[in-house]
Design a protein around this ligand. Structure first.
Ligand code: GDP
Length: 459
């Protein structure tokens, strides 16, 4: 049994209400010590899962700390499967802090980041991939990534992984039977069946892995860089895109403000525009930081939008950019087409060896919809309404799937060679365990700690 933990569960700042949460065997007793209900009703007398009105009292000084609503939820039907108490007090830094301090001085311990959810996992209410979905939901920046995380919380990934593990387990069972009753005809059948099942497992794991590229994009956004010499219209483009597509992002503590990131959401595709500090100042990144640094900044870009100004002759800087983007996933804008043209689209197309060029006049709002469509086409080949029921968004899951795929491919190889069945069993078990780490059925303590340390406190 675990000790009783407490934390402020809402973001600390000025707000209407703040919530302080407790979980553990003593949660109700500890909360009761600092609570005085209306008509002197104690928390222990209050009905399970019903709000009670009253005051938080510092009994040492007989002082009212805050006016609150409080609810106690008895195990096991709670978030953590332990006794849980939530105190709804006034928002603002002082009330929540004071109440938390009182709880701590009455025997609760300050919760570690993610500890409530960790308990939900350790007490069997969520599996690990579901617990991880909780982090993703909190951090989701677009509707689509939220939807995918919700599906994961509902257990979509767990169910799929567990169905693959079932096949592997039945393979192990077959192998064991054949080892124990080694008659020739049984062995023959076993190899055939094993091969069929191994192929099915390979197919299923590959399908999951295929979703992971999209998954990364959904989770983190496409790293996008807008490249172009000064005055070609980069900040105008950014602003035009932001006007319709700005994703709502709250400040995430700890993120630096040196590199400004803007999140856009183009029909469900999140773009993270990086290094926009340079763009915003209408100082140019190629000019300001030099070609080498620009090369560096685009190295990790999933998408480059290169902007050229058709009203001025191509300059050395333009040629540098053409070189930089030649072999990269990029979209090319020929901007300011409303002004007299100094060169033709065909000319630029030739220099870029046939890359598609989008003619725009950003100030006149011409061509921006074409750009948006091209972004969609580039990543989903026009197919943006994809099935989000299972998408692997988490790097850890992806790694485990890759390990499991290697195990099962090795197994298939051995099956075809008809190597002794006990050797095959080893790889099968590794595969089963590697998949089990996704749901947390087989997992070590330090990996668990690492996963939950990514959470915020109070969750
Ligand atoms: P940046 O330095 O690349 O960020 O360029 P800006 O977005 O600051 O644009 C430079 C100037 O070009 C501004 O005065 C814009 O209004 C203007 N501009 C941008 N796009 C167009 C366009 O399509 N047509 C015309 N005529 N002017 C544009």
């Amino acid at each position: 049994m675990f000790d009783t933990i407490a934390a402020i569960s809402t973001a600390v700042g000025e707000a209407g209400i703040g919530i302080v949460r407790l979980s553990g065997k003593e949660a109700i007793t500890i909360a009761n010590n600092i609570f005085k209900g209306v008509n002197n009703k104690s928390l222990a007398e209050a009905e399970n899962r019903k709000m009670t009105y009253g005051h938080i009292i510092d009994k040492r000084e007989e002082k009212i700390v805050d006016e609150v609503l409080i609810v106690s939820m008895k195990e096991p039907h709670t978030y953590t499967r332990e006794n849980v108490v939530e105190i709804y007090c006034h928002g603002g830094i002082i009330p929540v802090k004071k109440i938390l301090e009182l709880l701590l001085s009455n025997g609760a311990r300050l919760a570690e980041p993610g500890e409530f959810t960790k308990r939900a996992f350790l007490n069997g209410r969520l599996d690990l991939s579901q617990a991880e979905a909780v982090i993703d939901i909190i951090k989701a920046k677009t509707d689509k990534s939220f939807e995918v995380s919700m599906n994961q919380l509902e257990g979509s990934l767990s169910k799929k992984v567990s169905s693959i593990r079932d096949i592997i387990l039945s393979m192990v069972a077959h192998v064991e039977v054949s080892i124990d009753f080694p008659e020739d005809d049984i062995e023959e059948v076993t190899y055939e069946e094993l091969e069929q099942n191994a192929n099915k497992v390979i197919h299923d794991i590959r399908k999951l892995l295929e979703t992971s590229d999209r998954g990364k994009i959904l989770r983190d956004g496409l790293n996008t860089v807008i490249l172009g010499k000064p005055n070609v219209g980069k900040s105008s483009l950014l602003n035009a895109l932001l006007r319709e597509n700005r994703a709502i992002v709250t400040d995430i503590p700890g993120t630096t403000r040196d590199i400004i990131e803007e999140y856009l959401n183009i029909d469900g595709i999140p773009l993270k525009i990086i290094d926009t500090a340079g763009i915003r100042d209408t100082e140019d990144i190629v000019e300001k930081i030099g070609v080498d640094r620009a090369r560096e900044s685009i190295e990790f870009a999933d998408l480059i939008i290169a902007v050229f100004d058709v009203s001025r002759d191509l300059s050395q800087e333009d040629y540098n950019i053409i070189e930089l983007i030649k072999d990269r996933k990029s979209l090319v804008l020929l901007n300011k087409t409303d002004l007299p043209n100094k060169y033709t689209e065909e000319h630029l197309e030739k220099l870029l060896e046939g890359k598609e060029i989008i003619s725009t006049s950003i100030t006149k709002e011409v061509g921006i919809d074409v750009l948006e469509n091209s972004i969609k086409n580039l990543f989903y080949s026009g197919e943006i309404e994809f099935d989000s029921s299972i998408v692997v968004t988490n790097m850890r899951h992806k790694n485990q799937l890759e390990k499991a795929l290697k195990n099962i491919e090795d197994t298939l190889y051995d099956i075809r060679l008809q190597v002794p069945l006990d050797c095959i069993e080893v790889d099968l078990r590794d595969c089963w365990e590697n998949l089990g780490e996704i749901s947390g059925d087989t997992i070590s303590e330090d990996i668990l700690d690492k996963i939950f340390s990514e959470f915020c406190i109070g969750k």
